[in-house]
Design a protein around this ligand. Structure first.
Ligand SMILES: NC(=O)c1ccc[n+]([C@@H]2O[C@H](COP(=O)([O-])OP(=O)(O)OC[C@H]3O[C@@H](n4cnc5c(N)ncnc54)[C@H](OP(=O)(O)O)[C@@H]3O)[C@@H](O)[C@H]2O)c1
Length: 281
């Protein structure tokens, strides 16, 4: 049972985001704003977890009365292995970004990254993905989460490029259902062109530029960096220099994936657009 706004005799329900690094996370601010907006009585904190300490940290949080968690880099795949039950989209993604502790004692895992990204691009930004050529950079947990929802929009083509080429190739084979996805390295993109390029690598987090070739953006192309929190990322700087029509960072995705998690935990969907505007300012 979740506590309501007026249950002053019981402590507020506890939620958190776990990751490493996690100090830059805006999730606490977002969820507390959702709670205020929808009248939910809850607290939400950021918990930094060291390598090898994830399972223990989840167990400790649950033992202390925690109701649910968001999971961020680098633990999404480990979270997938830790949960007892998974949503269909988490099952397919092989990565979990949302955990809910059920009253049956089971741990339920979901993945809201993909639906958050697609909602931000298609609904908030009014960018049509259908029949468009997509390039996805990276092959980690976040990219695993976005592939199925992007495929569901029926793009004409998806290419995955990654620093470790084997990982891009393996992901492309795994997700090639209904259409052929190609996996390759950054240097193999040479003479191709794309309408939408999504950066799902952690390079921007490290302030690093990806070794992308010139001329791969089609006219009217959009560059979307899933990274957020710094005004211009190296990837968006590259996009601007290459003549991209639109440059977007991951704030909208962050708020939308958080809204999906919040809805799962609390059974109410918060309004997102004004918060995206506030965080982007
Ligand atoms: N906006 C949002 O809501 C949202 C949600 C989820 C994730 N994200 C962002 O997405 C990014 C990736 O997260 P993740 O969970 O997928 O991480 P992850 O599982 O650790 O994967 C990291 C990916 O980045 C690549 N990479 C790391 N450093 C690189 C570098 N210096 N140059 C080139 N490639 C590099 C890795 O390539 P290798 O395979 O070669 O190691 C891998 O493909 C992060 O920036 C995260 O903040 C944003």
């Amino acid at each position: 049972m979740t506590s309501s706004l007026f249950d002053f005799d019981v402590p507020p329900d506890r939620y958190a985001v776990m990751g490493n690094p996690v100090t830059h996370s805006k999730s606490p601010q977002i969820h507390l704003e959702f709670a205020r907006q929808t009248g939910q009585r809850m607290v939400y904190e950021a918990i930094q977890v060291n390598d090898g300490g994830f399972r223990q940290a989840v167990g400790n949080f649950r033992a202390a009365g925690g109701k649910g968690l968001n999971i961020t880099l680098p633990f999404k795949q480990e979270a997938w292995g830790l949960v007892d039950e998974r949503s269909e989209r988490a099952e397919r993604a092989g990565a979990v970004n949302t955990i809910m502790f059920l009253e049956t004692d089971s741990i339920f895992g979901d993945n809201t990254d993909g639906v958050g990204l697609v909602r931000d691009i298609v609904v908030n930004q009014s960018i049509n993905i259908t029949d468009k050529r997509l390039l996805i950079l990276g092959a980690g947990g976040a990219v695993r989460g976005i592939l199925s929802p992007l495929l569901a929009e029926n793009p004409s083509e998806i290419v995955i490029a990654n620093r470790t080429i084997d990982k891009a190739e393996a992901l492309a084979i795994e997700f090639s259902v209904g259409m052929s996805i190609q996996g390759c390295g950054f240097g193999m993109l040479g003479d191709r062109q794309f309408d939408l390029v999504i950066n799902g690598t952690a390079a921007s987090l490290q302030g690093e530029q990806l070794p992308l070739p010139d001329g791969i953006l089609a006219g009217n192309a959009t560059c979307y960096d899933m990274m957020y929190g710094i005004s211009a990322t190296p990837f968006l700087d590259w996009g601007q220099a290459q003549g991209a029509s639109r440059l977007l960072d991951g704030v909208g995705m962050l708020v939308e994936q958080a809204a999906e998690s919040f809805n799962l935990w609390r059974g109410v969907r918060p309004e997102t657009v004004s918060l995206i505007g506030l965080l982007s300012a």
